[in-house]
Design a protein around this ligand. Structure first.
Ligand SMILES: Cc1ncc(C[n+]2csc(CCOP(=O)(O)OP(=O)(O)O)c2C)c(N)n1
Length: 406
């Protein structure tokens, strides 16, 4: 359908009264959460011997990070977050299992696999979390807290559904849970199992012996260079997963990415928005060399409007995540993933009126990054990293979590 508005009408004055009160008959969310269900959930948590709190981006949307933390530390409950939920719980922390899902930690994924009770809050059990759905968390009962009733039992049947606003529900759940004075000893065996996974399978990588920058190290260096005090956006791909794994998010709304929508090119404009909204914060974009080319023309807007974002391109010369899948599942038959060594990002940055830099030496990387961050105006940095490095650990698509590789 085309709506054609003639020019004389588009310039005409029209009577307009601003709408102040919106009633959508189809959108009447329940925010309160049923007290009986909350009490049932508290009881289930107090009786569980292998519980896991699984928090998603909904906790951040509900501004309920403090309330989540309160519940978790009211006892020794293990907690894990999705990619979208990072920052909902202050990592690192002794009760933090790390991120879960396809590129999550073994401790988080194995704990989900062996849990007897999973309490999902603002999370949707998507395929990157469950792996093979029919074999997901086979011993667990599920509490599912969500504002959207359509999410509950969509992928995994909930035993104790609670529809409502997490900010409203979590303090009541914590109060009910505390009132039951659960026996902390019941979790000892569970924690020794989790600690063993942490010890046996820590998140890690083989660092280079020379100046070469490993992509994981690039994120560690960025964390050090910013002292973790930055708003970090990302594109989609390996760099996104490494940023999620190696940058510890201590607060909500410090990590902005497109999650399940998987939108290459998201990071740079998202950083612009964050910087305009929070001009006093350091805002960095961890970009992929493929993804950044989708929206990098906006650097001109950054130069024009003096939007001082710092874009660090993790330049592996590949559409890396696709290359990884072609290596692992298609016998290394690489197709349309080699980006070669062009464009020259330093020259491009300068052409757009931004500052361009290139870093190739891990020995000076932290200091070099600090210099980039301290440079006025928008900065685009081409960080040359190991070309063929894989993002591990990994749940191969369609497999259960216990089959993690790498
Ligand atoms: C617009 C868009 N097209 C295609 C994809 C599929 N895809 C996911 S990751 C990826 C490769 C990303 O490469 P790059 O930005 O260089 O990041 P790297 O994986 O190398 O870190 C592709 C093509 C997508 N997510 N979004």
């Amino acid at each position: 359908m085309v709506v054609d508005i003639p020019q004389d009408l588009s310039r005409a004055d029209i009577p307009y009264e601003p709408v102040t009160d919106v009633h959508l008959p189809g959108y009447q969310p329940t925010t309160d959460g049923n007290q009986k269900q909350i009490r049932l959930a508290a009881k289930a948590l107090a009786n569980a011997r292998r519980p896991v709190i699984y928090a998603g981006g909904g906790v951040i949307n509900a501004n309920a990070a403090a309330e989540l933390t309160e519940l978790v530390v009211s006892d020794r409950l293990p907690v894990t977050c999705t990619v979208m939920g990072l920052g909902a719980f202050p990592a690192p922390h002794e009760q933090w299992l790390g991120m879960l899902g396809m590129h999550g930690t073994r401790a988080a994924n194995y704990a989900m696999d062996e849990a007897d009770l999973i309490c999902a809050i603002g999370a949707r059990f998507d395929d990157r979390i469950t792996g093979k759905l029919s074999e997901f968390a086979p011993r667990a009962k599920f509490i599912h807290i969500d504002i959207d009733p359509a999410e509950i039992s969509k992928n995994v049947p909930a035993h104790i559904p609670i529809v409502g606003d997490a900010k409203n529900i979590l303090p009541r759940l914590t109060a009910e849970y505390r009132a039951l004075s659960p026996d902390a000893k019941r979790l000892e065996e569970w924690w020794s199992r989790i600690r063993a996974w942490h010890e046996r399978h820590p998140l890690g990588y083989d660092d280079s012996k020379d100046h070469e920058i490993k992509p994981q190290y690039m994120i560690e260096a960025l964390y050090e260079a910013t002292d973790g005090q930055a708003i970090v956006t990302s594109d989609v791909g390996q760099h996104q997963m490494w940023a999620a794994q190696y940058f510890h998010f201590r607060e909500p709304r410090r990590w902005i990415n497109s999650g399940g929508l998987g939108t290459m090119g998201f990071g740079l404009p998202a950083a612009m928005g964050a910087k305009v909204g929070r001009p006093d914060e350091t805002v960095v974009c961890v970009a992929g060399d493929g993804s950044v080319q989708m929206n990098m023309q906006e650097l001109a807007t950054c130069a024009q409007e003096r939007i001082a974002i710092k874009v660090f391109i993790m330049n592996n010369g590949y559409l890396g995540m696709v290359r990884q899948w072609q290596e692992l599942f298609w016998d290394k038959r690489y197709s349309h993933v080699d980006m070669g060594q062009w464009p020259d990002y330093v020259k491009l940055a300068e052409a757009y009126g931004a500052t361009g830099m290139r870093f190739e030496d891990k020995r000076t990387l932290v200091k070099d990054m600090q210099e980039a961050i301290a440079t006025d105006g928008p900065v685009l940095v081409d960080v040359r990293v190991t070309r063929e490095e894989n993002t591990y650990p990994m749940i191969p698509a369609g497999q259960p979590a216990r089959n993690m590789v790498g």
